[in-house]
Design a protein around this ligand. Structure first.
Ligand SMILES: [Ca+2]
Ligand SMILES: [Ca+2]
Length: 82
């Protein structure tokens, strides 16, 4: 039983690390390659008028409306200028 608890605790820790890592990489990383650059804006524009969940671009749904739109592209550009 002790071993099972240790394994579960380790899995929970790893899961937390994965979530934290993806959260760090997610900000502005629209194409999911781990970098934030011009390719992310291209991906954002290409996904215009789609649902964020369908295009795996929820991390670039800046206004949180569930859709990828030009408003998100504008927010992405504004964020990249900071
Ligand atoms: Ca990227
Ligand atoms: Ca949006």
């Amino acid at each position: 039983m002790f071993m099972v608890c240790r394994v579960l605790a380790l899995l929970a820790l790893l899961g937390g690390l994965l979530i934290a890592t993806s959260a760090l990489a997610a900000a502005g990383d629209c194409n999911g390659d781990g970098e934030v650059n011009e390719a992310d804006l291209d991906a954002l524009i290409a996904a215009n008028n789609t649902l964020a969940a369908e295009t795996s671009m929820a991390n670039c749904d800046y206004d949180g409306d569930g859709a990828i739109s030009l408003a998100d592209a504008n927010a992405h550009i504004a964020a990249s200028r900071q």
